[in-house]
Design a protein around this ligand. Structure first.
Ligand code: NAD
Length: 252
């Protein structure tokens, strides 16, 4: 069973790993045996500390995905220099901007598209030739319930996450035959920084909770099982799939 789900010796890159879901998944990947390259614009010391505490190994890379080409060069170069290979990429970094569609600014639109969609494509494009050479690889994109639904006052986020779901399928169609599994995870409502505004809004918070069959917001650690599954050989025949980890939200 450990061979099926274990990640011993694998090299995993994960973006947006300084907090929230990304930090939890980074620690989970390390616990499963992967050497983890943690990438973020913010300080990564806490993530490193958590990984080291559980006996794992990691390399921190500070990069701003708004500076997309230089960041990607840095991520690939430093990963290969430190660990010599790339087996797993988790495109987790994401941002949110809330405003009614009629007054939504160009800047907010472009920012969200850049981090949530373009960086996902460009980073996937950069690791794919290395995975092709290996004859295998795992790319996991963080989608959202808003890959399927429209949400309120988040037009760019919904468009970007709809795009992530379609991009996941498009890349999977081209790369599955190379041994590269491209899949996604669609989290439900997770109690992280990204949702501070929703959690603080009593009415929205109550409406959201009433709709979640599991009866609670997700915690970042709820995503560890899913990412290990999609990063491991247990998911070798899963291609272009978006797995909802949402406490049952999409079933209602
Ligand atoms: P978060 O805000 O806690 O974490 C996002 C991380 O991305 C942060 O560490 C942030 O510093 C990093 N980041 C932002 N801009 C960056 C940049 N320019 N360069 C490098 N790193 C950057 O959010 P989270 O809730 O943990 O979300 C993680 C992923 O899951 C995102 O893709 C998000 O869209 C998705 N998601 C979250 C929820 C939720 O309810 N929280 C729901 C669905 C999908």
């Amino acid at each position: 069973m450990l061979n099926l789900f274990g990640l011993k010796g694998k090299v995993a890159i994960i973006t947006g790993a300084s907090s929230g879901i990304g930090q939890s998944m980074a620690v989970g990947l390390a616990k499963a045996g992967a050497k983890v390259v943690v990438v973020d614009i913010m300080n990564l010391d806490e993530t490193e500390e958590k990984i080291k505490k559980c006996g794992g190994e990691c390399k921190k890379i500070n990069a701003n995905l708004f500076e997309i080409d230089s960041s990607i060069n840095k991520i690939i170069k430093e990963t290969l220099k430190n660990y010599g290979n790339i087996d797993i990429l988790v495109n987790n970094a994401g941002i949110q901007r809330r405003n009614p569609a009629m007054v939504f600014s160009d800047k907010d639109w472009d920012d969200v598209m850049q981090i949530n969609l373009k960086a996902v494509f460009k980073l996937s494009q950069a690791v794919a030739p290395i995975m092709e050479k290996n004859g295998k690889g795992k790319i996991i994109n963080m989608a959202s319930l808003l890959s399927f639904q429209g949400g309120y006052t988040v037009p760019a986020y919904a468009a970007s996450k709809g795009g992530v779901a379609q991009l996941t399928k498009a890349l999977s169609n081209e790369w599955a035959k190379l041994g590269i599994n491209v899949n996604g995870i669609a989290p439900g409502y997770v109690a992280t920084d990204m949702n501070k505004a929703l959690i603080a809004d009593e009415q929205r918070n109550r409406q959201i909770l009433e709709r979640i069959p599991a009866g609670r917001w997700a915690e970042p650690d709820d995503y560890i099982g899913g990412v290990i599954f999609l990063a491991s050989s247990a998911s070798d025949y899963i291609n272009g799939e978006i797995i909802c980890i949402d406490g049952g939200w999409m079933g209602r």
